[in-house]
Design a protein around this ligand. Structure first.
Ligand code: ADP
Ligand code: MG
Length: 731
């Protein structure tokens, strides 16, 4: 088969080749068996993960080259890309010297003439002969009085051909060693096979979706195109709008298939899983609320009411409670746990660190003093005997509330009758950490809490099978948090400020990113590492905080040591706590109002915000100062600026998502969700909203997607999500 250089002849060839191609080749044909495909080329495709013709068609362009409009000579501007149609009216071989050959030609049209030049492309002399009609594209340069294009792109036109519409040209993602033009040609050649693809979105569905998308203000031109037309418009777009509409169809499809799976999963969990109903009467509600040491905020009350409704049903609650640091999530969990105990069942709470588990144990013990509720604690540092005791009492039902760390997950602890499972600071565990516990009965209700607010699109995807409660309001009487990004020469003033606060009886945190200084291999001397917690501790004790009681805390200490140090700080015996991020999660010390963060550029935005959440938990204003070491990259700078400017966790989460994408934020890998192939959760959130609503409506009507119209859709959904979401295997 004739390979061709110019686009026009390639198009002609593929038009006549089309039916023939379709007869011999299939979507599943391996790329290395395609006509004209050498071993070496095929290998390059394999490296890109492309094995079959279908893979090629589903390699979505990442962008398009948009041709510069054809220009008239007097419209040319130095350095601005332009295209021009004209005929060759003069040619000149300026030099023939091999390795130094120069060929020039003049291209002329009604508006004037320009000169084109090629170095070491001797073949141009044969290609660009007198009278040839060409389109040249490139960047013009004024040379004397004449415009010159050096090495422009040249398209040769037939004698009779009129100027073709300038075409957008696909640019593909990472194509190591494979030319974009080659991919475009292959797509063009094999696109006729796309008609063999099953259409998973019936016409009626596509037109309904198009309507709904337009209502949301998304640009959709006409109906959403069929799958083969969509692929054609992506690889060889007619124009911008048809390309965008095709893209929207594929984005919608990708999100819609996911949302169907999620809707089916949500629905099945209400029919196939059984939990103990734990209704709350007005009396139980009053009894629990009276035990709480303060009046609930409006948002806390709302979350509690949502939880009460969920827990009164006979299928498991599956709820995520999100609220900024310090918004008061613990008390909501305490409510749910007390409701469980009132209903004669056990509740368990899992925290990511022992320090936090112990803090919860203490808070709850205090709140429930004088009641009949029995509380247990299970964490890694228990003695074997204590551990056995907790196991036995949990199994017999003598413990009502069990609080612990991941230690809960190991050793096969067995419950008498577990009714509720709470996971605190769930973002620390990874997204889908569903706690698997031997419950002694039905499936327990589940409440997970997160202080990293979840951007809207993530809530609808990775958490798409979960109900969401949100606490936005802070408890009343909270001091304001002031955040400062330090500048050179501030250190002395800052430490003086810290000393003043300590003098008023407040306490302070100092946070450093690493435990110990980096020790170089060759000698004993430590490299200067200003942001190790040990160095910071030494420097402060020998410098600005020499007259104060300073404690040191980091993850490499034993649990007993950590415990003792936390207690000393909580009781006010130490005034300053120098620590790594072990204090990041959940620690509640209202008297600590000042925080210094060293090496701030090494922390992520969410982490900085968590850290900041440790101060201003009481009525005094909080102060956070971030120091950085070395030069800040533009990224780091932007992150720190955002951090300085807002202390709204929701705003920060959206900003973080914008700056870093969803992968980093919540660990997509852990979520078990497949990567999106074309949808962009940042950009396509409105499409997602429509896809979600429509998926829910369809599942409400046809819970198992049994209608003949949806057979192909169901198959695709099962193939992609069946295993991942436990919906069953693909047929
Ligand atoms: P987080 O949401 O970060 O887990 P906590 O539950 O630790 O927050 O609560 C932070 C602080 O706010 C605690 O000291 C808690 O006692 C207090 N608090 C929570 N709710 C209220 C409220 N409604 N009124 C007053 N203080 C509250
Ligand atoms: Mg908390």
């Amino acid at each position: 088969m004739g390979t061709s250089n110019s686009k026009t002849t390639a198009a002609n060839a593929s038009a006549s080749k089309g039916p023939e191609v379709a007869a011999k080749l299939k979507l599943t044909t391996a790329i290395d068996t395609l006509p004209g495909m050498s071993r070496a080329r095929a290998n390059r495709y394999t490296k890109l993960g492309l094995r079959t013709v279908q893979d090629l068609l589903f390699l979505f362009p990442r962008d398009y080259e948009r041709p510069a409009p054809a220009a008239k000579v007097d419209e040319l501007r130095e350095g601005e890309p332009a295209s021009m149609l004209g005929a060759i009216t003069d040619t000149e071989i300026v030099s023939r010297t091999p390795g130094k050959s120069v060929f020039g030609a003049v291209v002329e049209n009604e508006s004037g003439s320009i000169r084109i030049l090629f170095f070491n492309q001797a073949f141009r002399a044969e290609q660009l002969t007198l009278g040839r009609r060409v389109i040249i594209s490139g960047t013009p340069k004024l040379s004397g009085l004449r415009w010159e294009f050096v090495h422009p792109k040249v398209t040769i036109l037939d004698e009779t051909e009129t100027l073709p519409e300038p075409r957008m040209m696909a640019i593909y993602p990472l194509t190591e060693g494979v030319k974009h033009s080659e991919l475009r040609n292959l797509a063009e050649t094999y696109l006729p096979l796309a008609t063999d693809l099953p259409e998973v979105m019936p016409e009626s569905l596509r037109s309904a979706a198009a309507e709904r998308l337009r209502e949301k203000g998304i640009q959709v031109f006409g109906n959403l195109p069929s799958i083969d037309e969509s692929l054609r418009q992506l690889h060889l777009p007619d124009n911008e709008i048809s390309m965008l509409t095709a893209r929207t169809r594929l984005v919608f499809q990708e999100l819609f298939v996911m949302q169907l799976a999620l809707a089916m999963k949500r629905r099945r969990s209400t029919t196939n899983l059984h939990a103990p109903p734990l209704p709350s009467t007005a009396m139980i509600d009053a009894r629990i609320t009276n035990r709480l040491p303060f009046t609930l905020t409006g948002d806390q009350r709302l979350a509690i009411d949502e939880i009460r409704a969920d827990m009164s049903r006979q299928f498991p609650m599956n709820r995520l409670l999100q609220g900024d640091v310090g918004s008061g999530k613990t008390v909501v969990a305490v409510y749910a746990m007390m409701l469980t105990v009132a209903g004669g069942h056990q509740a368990v709470l899992m925290a990511p660190t022992e320090v936090l588990a112990r803090q919860h144990f203490k808070t709850m013990t205090e709140m429930l003093e004088g009641s009949r509720v029995r509380i247990g604690l299970l964490c890694g540092s228990l003695s074997a005997a204590d551990r056995r005791d907790v196991f036995a009492k949990t199994a017999s039902g003598e413990i009502d509330l069990l609080i612990g760390t991941q230690a809960l997950l190991y050793g096969g602890i067995e419950f008498h009758q577990l009714g509720l499972c709470v996971v605190d600071e769930q973002h620390k565990f990874g997204v889908n950490q569903r706690v698997q516990l031997r419950t002694g009965g039905l499936d327990p209700h589940s409440l997970v809490m997160s202080a990293t607010p979840i951007p809207r699109s993530i809530a609808m995807t990775m958490f798409g099978d979960v109900e969401l409660s949100t606490i936005r309001e802070k408890p009343p009487g909270r001091g304001k948090i002031n955040t400062y990004l330090s500048h050179d020469g501030w250190k002395d003033r800052w430490w003086a400020f810290v000393r003043e606060r300590l003098g008023e009886g407040r306490q302070a945190f100092v946070v450093a990113p690493r435990v110990s200084a980096v020790v170089s291999d060759d000698d004993e001397s430590e490299t200067e590492d200003v942001s190790s917690v040990e160095t910071v501790y030494e420097d402060l004790c020998n410098g600005p905080l020499a007259d104060y009681r300073v404690g040191l805390l980091h993850g490499k200490m034993s649990n007993d040591e950590k415990q003792a140090i936390m207690q000393a700080f909580a009781a006010g015996r130490t005034q300053v706590l120098v620590s790594t991020t072990v204090i990041e999660v959940g620690i509640n010390i209202p008297n600590a109002t000042v925080m210094t963060i060293m090496g701030g550029q090494q922390f992520g935005l969410a982490q900085l915000h968590q850290l900041r959440g440790r101060v201003a938990r009481g009525s005094h204003a909080g102060h956070v100062c971030v120091f950085t070491d070395g030069e800040r990259s533009p990224d780091e700078n932007e992150r720190l600026k955002v951090f300085e400017q807002t202390d709204d966790g929701f705003e920060l989460a959206e900003a973080d998502f914008r700056l870093r994408g969803p992968g980093d934020l919540l660990g997509r890998k852990q979520s078990g969700m497949p990567p999106m192939r074309i949808a962009d959760l940042n950009r396509d959130v409105e499409v997602l909203v429509v896809a979600r609503a429509m998926a829910q409506e369809i599942i409400d009507e046809d819970p198992e997607l049994e209608s003949e119209d949806f057979a192909a859709l169901r198959e695709q959904m099962m193939r992609r999500y069946g295993k991942r979401m436990n919906l069953g295997d693909a047929a």
